[in-house]
Design a protein around this ligand. Structure first.
Ligand code: ZN
Length: 291
């Protein structure tokens, strides 16, 4: 009998528990720009946040423009977690203007940003020419800092969930540290080595593990023929046998170059939603290709 009552009480608690009952309607609505950052916010907010993503799977945050339906879906959004990707510079002021109660949190604040690699100053209007590199979500040590500011923003917006977010943050932070240790061991003994990549998304990642990326793309475009020749010479000299591309960016010159130097074209996705798993997989591919 006592067991039966205990079970009844337990099931009642379960039914009325915040995540299953009343609270489900009150999820904190937030937006991020790209999929990996949805993962970050969900690790800390768990079932108490509802995370929308602006850049849809398969699109690139450098060329993306929000659809009217997405602009409308921002209604009721409490926090926008910005990161400094190209489309935000044009669209965030518009998004803010139509959602005046929404808070914009710049998660890139406090992170020392490196200039975008391989720019040539021939189009000073181009935002990313020499501007700060936005790919800060690909370096685990920097993601730790971003997680901290995500935590602070969620706690400030929903003070009653302060401890819940804090506890989730701790678990997430320790998983990031584990990942970082794992990647350090993957790249042990590879310091100073280079990998060739079409779109230079991996600058902070390379910096974190003592590596260097050789980008093919110049200012967000296919390189000019003279630059391609220069890259081919460099690749042959350093024995590059792999050229990395990503699914969101078309990379004709990467395929051509690979043919000329007898290299393989391999995918390394900087925008996958399963951030940690993806980073581990990509690291294995980089480690095999390092020269
Ligand atoms: Zn990019």
């Amino acid at each position: 009998m006592i067991v039966r009552i205990a079970l009844w009480v337990l099931s009642a608690v379960f039914v009325f528990w915040p995540e299953h009952g009343i609270r489900a309607q009150e999820r904190l609505k937030v937006f991020v720009s790209i999929l990996p950052r949805k993962y970050f916010v969900e690790q800390i907010g768990k079932g108490r946040v509802d995370v929308g993503v602006m850049v849809e799977p398969g699109a690139s945050p450098h060329t993306y423009e929000p659809k009217p339906s997405q602009m409308a879906s921002l209604a009721g959004c409490k926090i926008y977690f910005a990161i400094g990707v190209t489309f935000e510079r044009v669209w965030l002021p518009k998004i803010s203007a139509s959602n005046p109660t929404m808070k914009v949190v710049s998660t890139q604040d406090g992170i020392e940003r490196i200039p975008m690699k391989a720019h040539h100053h021939d189009d000073p209007k181009k935002e990313e020419a020499g501007g700060p590199d936005p790919h800060i979500w690909l370096s685990p040590p920097l993601v730790l800092l971003q997680a901290r500011s995500i935590l602070a923003a969620l706690q400030a917006t929903s003070p009653s969930d302060h401890d819940f977010f804090e506890a989730n943050y701790r678990v997430f932070a320790s998983s990031i540290m584990d990942l970082d240790a794992g990647l350090r061991s993957i790249f042990r003994g590879k310091r100073g080595m280079s990998f060739m990549v079409f779109h230079p998304a991996w600058g902070y990642f390379a910096k974190a593990y003592g590596l260097s990326q050789i980008p093919i793309e110049a200012e967000g475009k296919e390189p000019k023929p003279a630059k391609v020749q220069e890259l081919i010479t460099r690749a042959k000299k350093s024995g590059i046998k792999v050229i990395f591309v990503q699914p969101q960016v078309s990379s004709r010159s990467a395929e051509q170059m690979a043919k000329e130097i007898g290299a393989e074209v391999v995918t390394a996705d900087p925008l996958a939603e399963d951030w940690g798993e993806n980073l581990r997989k990509v690291s294995e591919k980089f480690a095999q290709a390092l020269k």
